[in-house]
Design a protein around this ligand. Structure first.
Ligand code: SAM
Length: 316
């Protein structure tokens, strides 16, 4: 029998790695995590009782960590994102991967799974990306990477992320951590709330104003996503990338009710569904709209992660 995975989950958020393992039904034990956001900690702790938080990763002394064989981390992406300032390593949040290397060089887990925005691989951030791959190789790892999109794995969200997998083991010829793509069968309309609270809807005046500014006709035949930034309704029936609420760039447009157009904010529950959660899996009570939507939009697509985890587990 294969042994239980000992997981250290850095930059934990709601715990995308442990959720992925849980959904894939892979036996594991979370031996510690590292997170500094108090609401992410609260959300994580609801589902992972009695796991020790080692706090700010820059302050961790690797020698003091318990042993683990799997390190995961979706290190902060704002500095590499196309919607951030794009300062990369000039921003202190852009250098946190050095802490990953510092920990893994000493603790030498068998497996590492990292994630960031696709922007990390392009143009000005490419040198940082190459440095990350180079550092992982320097400390003894075999490395694979791939840009994966949530919409290719059953969830109608256009979410491209770079995934980096590293292992001390020899990677068998032809093996890749990338899961097999699947044709999308369910679309945004299948993921939205049946009766969202009226507080999420724009009023008549706000919709008129939005029409005036964007020139968009909100008369839709099925619920679709509206991209405020590009002033377009997404006819592909897929949700645009979820981003933190302060960016305020998306709306859901529903079928007209009588003579009234229906345009609204996306609800927290819809965020979590679009990140791969089933409603019964996670309790969202006790958090504000912003806390939940921030956590979800920064999180890992747990549906995709469960598929990646199954592949990784085949190497154990
Ligand atoms: C992109 S999110 C990762 C989300 C996570 N993968 C999930 O599934 O929800 C990055 C997380 O890193 C945390 N973070 C930022 N700086 C940190 C630090 N110095 N030490 C530990 N965590 C940090 C943030 O609070 C945020 O929750």
């Amino acid at each position: 029998m294969r042994k239980k995975i000992k997981l250290f989950e850095a930059f934990t958020g709601y715990g995308g790695a442990s959720w992925g393992l849980k959904k894939a039904k892979i036996p594991f034990e979370a031996i510690g995590y590292s997170e500094i956001d108090k609401f992410a900690i609260k959300l994580y702790e609801l589902n992972n009782k009695k796991v020790k938080n080692f706090g700010d990763i820059t302050k961790i002394e690797p020698e003091k960590l318990p042993d683990f064989d799997f390190f995961t981390g979706g290190f902060p992406c704002q500095t590499f994102s196309s919607i951030g300032k794009g300062e990369g390593e000039l921003d202190p949040r852009g250098t946190l991967f050095y802490d990953i290397i510092k920990i893994c060089e000493i603790k030498k887990p068998n497996f590492i799974l990292l994630e960031n925005v696709k922007g990390l691989t392009t143009n000005s951030h490419k040198p940082t990306f190459d440095k990350i791959l180079g550092e992982l190789k320097r400390i003894g790892y075999n490395v694979q990477w791939k840009i994966l999109n949530t919409k290719d794995y059953g969830i109608p969200q256009n979410r491209e992320r770079i995934w980096i997998f590293a292992t001390l083991k020899k990677i068998p010829k032809g093996w890749h951590f990338e899961p097999k793509k699947q044709k999308l069968k369910k679309f945004l309309k299948n993921f939205i709330d049946k009766k969202p609270n009226e507080e999420y809807y724009l009023n008549k005046k706000q919709i008129e104003r939005l029409t005036e500014i964007t020139g968009v006709n909100f008369n839709v035949k099925e619920p679709l996503c509206f991209d405020r930034y590009n002033k377009k309704i997404k006819a592909d029936k897929i949700c645009m990338t979820l981003t933190e609420p302060h960016h305020n760039i998306m709306r859901i447009v529903e079928i007209k009710k009588g003579n009234n157009f229906r345009v609204r904010k996306i609800t927290p529950r819809e965020h979590f569904r679009l990140m791969g959660f089933k409603d019964e899996e996670i309790d969202l009570n006790g958090f504000s709209y912003n806390q939940l939507c921030k956590c979800a939009s920064n999180g890992w697509d747990v549906n995709l992660v469960s598929k990646i985890m199954k592949n990784i587990y085949s190497l154990y």
